[in-house]
Design a protein around this ligand. Structure first.
Ligand SMILES: [Zn+2]
Length: 265
């Protein structure tokens, strides 16, 4: 009973944080404060009453429209709230209520904000990637202090992750640019991968890059064909790198084990 109650609490907490992530996704690229003013409708600019601001539930009750002006609320809002809540719950089941849970939740929240800003604006603000990298390094000092079943990222792993993550993409981008005289990978992606390294270490950063490239190819090629072969800036890479990092946190060890086993036979 206590267990179920705690799970529900973690899910609800996640949906509230998800609601805050929506605010971040909207305001950070527009260089507005994420604290003030409180939520308002972007159409009629009327403040949203607290009872209309309940994650997921309000969207359903309001049938996806603003109470004041009736403008459609993008489906993305309840979607972000829901996936955040779900990730809170899944990571709770994986890590329990622990420091490791907190660090990974913090990391995934950053990735959610980054992914949607990248989808909207094709940019990754430095405050998120470089700021996140700083946080990842900072957390790595403390992660080994707590007892865990799984090996955790120590400070040396985090540093190597940053150097390799940032370095590999930088080298690829540099070589690509040198030979084609065109800008391929954006600097934002390089800083994002370095940030992923600070949270996931060297194995995680390589995994995220490979898995992200695979996801990007699976989604990107049909999209490119549909759009008539225009490869430049067709789709942002950030969301795919983020998906790769998510997969690493959830199932990385198992998948790497499977892959190494596969190579051996
Ligand atoms: Zn409105």
């Amino acid at each position: 009973m206590v267990h179920i109650t705690l799970k529900i609490f973690v899910f609800l907490l996640g949906s509230v944080i998800g609601s805050f992530l929506n605010v971040c996704i909207f305001r950070i690229p527009r260089e507005k404060s994420i604290i003030h003013p409180p939520s308002f409708c972007p159409q009629c600019e009327k403040p949203i009453k607290f009872y209309d601001n309940i994650p997921i539930v309000s969207y359903v009750l309001l049938k996806g429209r603003c109470r004041s002006c009736g403008v459609k609320i993008p489906f993305r809002y309840p979607f972000v709230e829901f996936i955040t809540a779900l990730l809170f719950l899944i990571l709770y089941m994986q890590f329990g209520l622990s420091f490791e849970w907190f660090v990974n939740i913090f990391f995934l929240c950053l990735l959610i904000i980054i992914s949607f800003i990248d989808l909207d604006f094709k940019i990754i603000p430095d405050i998120l990637s470089i700021g996140g990298l700083g946080a990842g390094l900072f957390f790595s000092f403390f992660r080994p202090l707590f007892k865990h079943l799984e090996p955790v990222i120590r400070i040396q792993d985090a540093f190597l992750g940053v150097v390799i993550g940032g370095g590999v993409l930088f080298a690829i981008a540099f070589i690509y640019q040198f030979f084609t005289k065109k800008e391929g990978m954006g600097g934002g992606d390089i800083k994002l991968l370095a940030m992923i390294g600070s949270f996931c270490g060297i194995r995680g950063v390589i995994f995220s890059l490979l898995a992200g490239s695979l996801f990007g190819t699976i989604v990107g090629i049909p999209l490119m064909i549909a759009k008539g072969g225009d490869t430049k800036y067709a789709i942002p890479f950030g969301p795919f790198l983020s998906l790769g990092a998510l997969l690493f946190i959830l199932k990385g060890d198992m998948l790497i084990g499977l892959f190494l086993n596969f190579l051996r036979v």
